[in-house]
Design a protein around this ligand. Structure first.
Ligand SMILES: Cc1ncc(C[n+]2csc(CCOP(=O)(O)OP(=O)(O)O)c2C)c(N)n1
Ligand code: SF4
Length: 251
């Protein structure tokens, strides 16, 4: 007797994720982050009502993959532009998608003041401890001892200070309603990451205020590592220094 074949789809493309190949480096986590964002927008019914403000760096290409209206606000200015958009169009769901060079270095002032004012936007922050697109320079999040093109001997605390913990910093600001840190290096963490992105988004849809979610991510190219080794680095080096968790909550 022939055995019954049970077919199950392993991957269902969210309605708002473009069906095209990725240009990101093998093992880059931006693709995972994009998918989480697309799924959350879709599940919250926001597909036709969203304005994304994208940044500078590899992350800017989010507009190639998620089908939504996007404004490009390079060099860290995304939170300022998003402020204007949201104030003018309160009916729209507005979020920024930014890397660590963009959000924590070039645009630190915009990020901090936007949170402090309690703008009703959401921020998705991809922390891969380097400037990705421009060849791997040191970012404010680069870890002590990590070698980059601008600190070839490794980041030194005395010289460059310690890596900035943005989820904790954002949580300390009065206008922030939600701040959390998650990771995208394995399935368990990706499931938790989706819940946090969802909550950062609900923070806005429910009118609670500024929502922030930091995703610890890999940049295998600039770390000079294989994708597997890069995922292990997230687990063994990044998570102990950047603890996962919710730092401020509205519920
Ligand atoms: C004023 C200015 N400074 C710097 C740059 C170069 N630049 C383009 S992308 C980028 C780094 C972005 O890094 P990050 O935000 O970490 O994003 P990733 O590429 O890692 O996603 C920089 C410095 C620029 N174009 N203009
Ligand atoms: S350089 Fe890094 S952040 Fe940019 S696409 Fe490649 S792996 Fe991703």
């Amino acid at each position: 007797m022939a055995e019954a074949v049970i077919e199950k789809e392993a991957f269902v493309l969210p309605e708002n994720l473009a069906d095209r190949g990725s240009h990101y480096c093998p093992g880059c986590h931006h693709g995972i982050a994009h998918r989480l964002v697309a799924e959350c927008l879709s599940e919250l019914g926001l597909v036709d009502n969203t304005i994304c403000v994208s940044s500078i760096g590899c992350s800017v290409f989010i507009y190639n993959y998620i089908l939504m209206d996007t404004i490009e606000a390079p060099h860290g200015r995304a939170p300022a532009v998003a402020t204007g958009v949201k104030r003018a169009r309160k009916d729209k769901f507005v979020f920024t998608y930014q890397g660590d060079g963009d959000l924590a270095s070039i645009g630190l002032a915009e990020s901090v003041h936007c949170a402090n004012r309690g703008e009703k936007i959401s921020v998705v922050f991809v922390n891969n401890t380097v400037y990705g697109m421009t060849g791997g320079q040191m970012a404010p999040t680069t870890m002590i001892g990590q070698k980059t093109t601008t600190c070839p001997g490794g980041r030194c605390e005395d010289r460059e200070g310690s890596p900035m913990k943005m989820a904790e910093l954002m949580a300390s600001l009065g206008g922030t309603a939600y701040s959390a840190r998650v990771a995208t290096n394995n399935m368990k963490n990706i499931v938790a990451a989706k819940k946090a992105v969802m909550k950062a988004f609900r923070c806005q849809t429910e009118g609670r205020g500024f929502g922030f979610v930091e995703l610890l991510s890999a940049c295998p190219t600039n770390w000079r590592m294989s994708p597997v080794a890069a995922n292990e680095r997230v687990e063994k080096e990044m998570i102990p220094y950047f603890p996962l968790g919710t730092y401020k909550d509205f519920e």
